[in-house]
Every structure is written in C-alpha cells, then in structure tokens.
Design a protein around this ligand. Sequence first.
Ligand code: ADP
Ligand code: ZN
Length: 832
Amino acid sequence: MLTVLIEMKFAEIAVPVPVRQTYTYEIPPELESTIRPGYRVIVPLGKRKITGYVVSMMIESDRADLKPIYDLLDDSPAVLPDLITLAKWISEYYICPLGEVIKAMLPGGINLESHFRIRLLKNSQEIQKYIAENRVPTQERILNLLVKNQEMTVQVIRKSIRKSGLNFSITRLAAAGLVAREAILSKAETKPKFENWIKLAPAYAENSDVEKIINQLSQTSPAQALCFKIIDEHKEISQRDLLKSGKFSSHAITALAEKGFIEKFPKEVFRSYYSTSAPRPPETFILNEYQKRSIFHVEEAIQNDSFKTFLIHGVTGSGKTQVYIEALKRVLEKGKTGIVLVPEISLTPQTVSRFTANFPNQVAVLHSRMSPGERYDSWRKLKSGNFKIAIGPRSAIFAPLKNIGLIVVDEEHESSYKQLDTPPLYHARDVAVYRGKLNQAVVMLGSATPSLESYFNAKNQKYHLLELPRRIDDIPMPQVTIVDMLQQRKRYPGKNVSIFSKALQDKIIEKLDLNQQIILLQNRRGFSTYIKCKDCGFIEQCENCNITLTYHLTNHTVRCHYCNFTKKAPQVCPQCGGADILFQGIGTQKVEQEINQIFPEARVVRMDLDTTARKFAHDRILGDFGAGKYNILLGTQMVAKGLDFQNVTLVGVISADTSLLFPDFRASERTFQLLTQVAGRAGRKNFVGEVIIQTYSPDNLSLKFAQQHNFKQFFFTELPLRKELNYPPWGRLVHILIKGEDEAKVKAGAENFSQCLKFPAELGKILGPVPAPLSKIKKNYRWQIIIKSNKLIDSSGKILRKYLLEALARYKSQRQLRGIKIIIDIDPISLL
Ligand code: ADP
Ligand code: ZN
C-alpha cells in the first residue's frame, strides 16, 4: 500500500489580540512532522513576538511573503480538536477574536515555565560530540548549562539565556534524543504528605478496660483522661484534629504515649484542594419514582450516543444531584467522560464530596480560588485521560476532556454562568449546549427556578423537560409568610423601628429554643447602604463611580462596591459641616448588630464578600454552621444557593425589596429565583421548614409566586410581559457599551457608533445611545446602545451579527476617537 504523506507548509494562527482575523505563517521544515492544530506557537507579529494557536494547516498559500513560525511551546496539542471548533463558534457568536477565545479556554498556569523540567539524557562526551557537529549557539549554551546541572526548569534556563526561540531549541534537542522535557506537577501534588496520627496501643485497642483507665487517669490528670477518651472514640485521629477537639496540650499526648497507652504513627493524607480527610463512601439511595423516570429518559439518550438537551425542573430538595450522579455512572460505564458545571458559590466541599465519593480519583476540581498552578494541575489530570469528570464553575466548560458523554449545568439560571469582564462574554450554559452538540453528548440543565429562556426552549421542544415536582421523602415545601413592613411600622410606631418584624422575632426565638438553625438573607453587604446629611441632604458618592458609598463598621469606613475605593467615614457633612449624619439602608453588618442586641444568646455567623475574601473562608463558615457551631447563618445571596443543612427550619428574608428595585427587565425574575432558592433551604429533612419574607411591596407577584413555590405560574405571567416589549426569550438582546474617561468623547463615540449601525427597523429596535444606568464606574463614563432584535425574522442571530460586524468595520474605518472602548455583549444578562 502506498501512503502519501502530504506536507503541510502553512499554518493558520489565531493570536490573542483584538483583531478579527487569523494570520498565515510558514511552517519551518523541522516542525513539519510535529506541528498540528491545537499547538501553541510563538510567532512574529509586527515588531513583537507573541503566543498564538495553530487552528488549521494548509498545503499552499497564495502569498509569498509569509514569515515562519518562530517557536513551538508544546509537546502535544494544548487545545483539543473539538475545542477549536467550539472556539470558532464562540468567536463568531459573541463577536470576539478567535485568539482571545482560545486563550480564555486554557488555564492561566499553562504559561508557567517552572512547570517544565529539562533533563539531560546523554553523558557529557556525547553532548560535546553533538555540539561540535552541529554548532548551534543557543543549543550549545543550553547543553552546557545542563551538563553542569543535569536538570533545570525552563524558567531557570531562561534566567541565564535571555534569547527567544528557547523552547524551539529545546524541542530540537529533545527530538535529537539529548534531553527530555517533562511536565512537573506543582510541589503540593508530587510529594506525598504525611501527618502524625494517633491510635490506642494494641493492648488497649480491643480492650473493654478503657473505662477503667479513663477513671484512673482522671484522678491524676483529667487532661490525659479526656485525651484518651477522644482517641478511643475515634480509634484513629490525627494529632491536629485531636488537639482541636479538647482543652489539652500536646503534653497530654506525649505523656500517654510514654505510659504506653497510645501510639503515634505517620499517615499519608489524601491531598486535594479541599480537605485532608479521606474520601467518604457514597450514600446509597433508592431512587424515587421521579428520579427513576428522569434517569430513564437520560439513559436512553446516553445509550444512543445522541445529542439531547434535558431541562430538569426539580423543586429545591428534590434530589437533582443524585440524578446527575446516576447519569454520570452510565456515561463512565460507556468509557466516556463528563463535565459538571456548578456556580462558583455552590462549589463547596459538601457539593464536591458528593461527586468524589461516587467517583474516587476520577474527579478533577477547577475553582477560580485555586492558584494558577493548582488549576493547571487539574487541567493536566483531565487532559491525560486519567480523570474522567471535571467539576467547576463557568470556565470548566472548556475542560480538556475527550469523548464527552455528558455535560451537567446545575442551577442553570445562575447569572454567574455569564462572563462579564473579559472577552469572550460567553454564557457557559449556551456554550455547554453547543459543546454537547459537537460531541453527540447529553446535556442536563437543572434548576428549581429555570431561566425563562430555558423553560421557553423546553416548552418549544428544543429542550426535553423532566420534572421532579416533589421533595425527597415527600417532605412538604416550606410554609412561606409575607410580612408587610408598612403595616408593622403603623402597628408599632416609634422612631427606632426594628429591622425585624414581630413575626420574624417570635419565630427566631422559637427556633433558638428548639435548638434548630436559621438562615437570614439580606442581599446587601456593609452596614448602611448610604449615608446622608440630615441638614442639607448631601449623600456621599464614590470619587471614581457614580455610586453611593456604603458605610462599613470595620474601621469606620465608607466603601465603593464597584471599585473598592475606601475612606474614613466623615464625622461631619463634607458639604455643610452639619453633624447629624443619617445611616440609611440596611446591610448585613447592621442586621448582625441588631441580632446581637435582640438575641444576645444566639451565635451568629455572617457570610458575605467581606467575610469570605480569604481562601477557604467560605468553606469554613459553612462547615462550622453545618457542625452546629452557630444558630444563625446571616448573609447576602451567598446563603441562598444550594445549601443542604438538615437542621435549618427557618429562613428569614430581611428585605425582599433590594432586588425588586433594580432597573432591569429581569428584576422580577431575579427576585422570584432568589426568594424561591433561599426558601428552599428550610426544612429539607425531618422537620417542616418555615419562611418569613419582609417587604414593603407585599402585593408584588414575584413574591406571591415564590410564596406558593409556583414556578409555572410565574413563568406564564412573566412571559407575556416580556413579549410586549420583545425582551428575551422572545427577542434577542445586544448591549453595546461605550466607555472612557473623557465624558464628551464617550458621548461622541456612542453617537458615532450609533450612526454606523444601519440596523433595519423591521429587524428590531434600537434604544439609545443614552448614558448607562451606572453612568460612571472606575473613572470611566459609560454610554449604551441596546438592540432588541426580532427572533422571528432572524432566529439564529446571523443577520444581527452581520449588521454588528459592518458597524464595527465602518466605525474603525473612520478617524478614531482615542481613549474609548466599545464592548459588544450578545445576550447580556444585565443592562446596567
Ligand atoms: P436538590 O439538588 O434537588 O436541591 P439534592 O440533590 O441536594 O436536592 O437532594 C436533597 C437531599 O436528599 C440530599 O441530602 C440528598 O442526599 C438526598 N437524596 C437524594 N436522593 C435521595 C433518595 N432517592 N432517597 C433519599 N435521599 C435522597
Ligand atoms: Zn467606585
């Protein structure tokens, strides 16, 4: 048989710069046999040399002046083929340069040269021979360094040899068999870690005299007695946990060991990002009727290897996670892999351990709080094929898994699935559906409060609807009471009206007495949301943003929640010098203070951005609350999501109005979701839950539907309102933001772009240009243009994108205004 090897001479390279094109480069002969799509390369671009990604290769090019690729960065393609296809789709759909999309798909740590170790494979005689025969200066310098050191990281080599093309040279040396290039896992991963553990000495381990020993010990040393007792209870315990568990020091342990009662031994600890405890065995359940029915349909699609998107609408506590796990089992049995997307905030040890328990050593967690190195290690575990399940937030949709059989998007309605700051401004749920399609995989979107878009798609047969309408074990849904705060004020007049209504106070006392737990939601952090002079009405604003400053008790400061600007709170009004300053609006700190005053015996823990800034702080708070160290968990929307604590029987919403007042067409949807989700935290097992919602707008329909746990009614009430204004899911939205530090230029730029946008009226409506509701953030003025395009005429958005690209081209062809940026957001989730 004759094999024809076609030599690819040219490569199409995507570069992560804001240009809407790829570039063609020549492939140097040495690289011809190695290079493939997905490799990272270094290419010259103008006067710079930058990293680019090979997206395709060609036999010929009609251009003669092409530059060669300068260096190769990988030993195997960094980007999998399906991800290149996916990147092309994202690039087109979200109007973002392909190179920037691919860059966003790769973990930040991939550029850490400390992760690559170069090891010498030959003796110095052979090396000298090679040097003499080849005489390539860079290679020679690298080899000489290695002869001295035997092995070095690329990073260290680069310190001595400041030359570009270093990686390329190393690749050649590796190809010649002189050196090996090895990826190293970050230290934490490669070295096994041991801890001191303690157990009873064998003579006592199975001895019923333990009681006697404890009695004896307590005569002379109560500390040792207690210590011995705890060790006996645990059989084995780490010294660290032991010291934490009682009021004794390491002396007690040493004394017990010297007396021969106990033994110390080293134990290798299973290290993961989350915990040092060994993975626990999975809980086994008998699936209920609804779970079984869901699995039946999902399994069918899995067995058929066909692309199908399911929307699982399951009330809070209906056992959705177990359905995901069952589906994953089926997929793994088929030798396929799976991705589970979870909102960052729900990616708690509790959630992760449910998956690791079922799939030990197969789950790699990606988390934005991980260091670049840690994330890179997870990424490599997945890419190597040894780990079959990726679990993580938004960006985990780009996990480098081959042969994907299932993609789960839990809490699919969550706005955190949308990327907001850096391009591409993608929505991970929508990308998930597309990646599923590319892989002939099953996609499962799950929520107790699906987004209107997804439920609409399910109603239109685009997605397949599965329902879990009841809680596990038929636990009733919590009983929700709406308290009208205006009535409260009238009934209990007086200046210092409490944040807590009488009803909520009574319930809190009742639950504290029963030793049951309480979750309180106030969706604003800080103490008071603004401070106002009583005399002149002056309200302190941020210097950089058009935003009122929030007063924080900590260090008595006022802070901007958009840019973090912080200063000492004023003692007197900066405008009129008046001394009467009013603290208005309720933040979590104020609620905390009032809890301490009204319920001094309650132990309360606050969870908001301020208390969770440090790594693991979030996990620790939840762990302590779960262990019963606190009666009350108080916080912002962080406390509303996904928590499963069985002892929580009361949920209080301090003010439901904070999210209703937002000037956004999704305000009622958000409110409904937040209230339904937080209510769902109550009474998940054994006890019936109760919920109290305080509000000044008790007749609001979102509140009413949340009270009745009635998603469908909410959906069918909200849908026609959206239709009237052609908002999603009926129409497609595009948000065009024009921003810059010079207000006049921003306005001119916005008007200019608006003129470039020749969008025909029958295709939709254009609003603006107008100043954005958040008209200034971080010193940047903001104007916006909103397009509401008609899906009936342009269902895929193709025509819309054509007009946007034309507008951009027209805008760019004019004389450019300096210092302004135009950001196009397709399917925005916020219009602020
Ligand atoms: P959801 O994600 O729908 O809010 P979860 O999956 O967290 O619900 O399930 C709620 C609780 O019920 C969890 O503690 C879970 O372990 C448990 N659970 C799930 N399925 C079953 C079952 N078939 N039988 C008993 N308990 C179950
Ligand atoms: Zn600010």
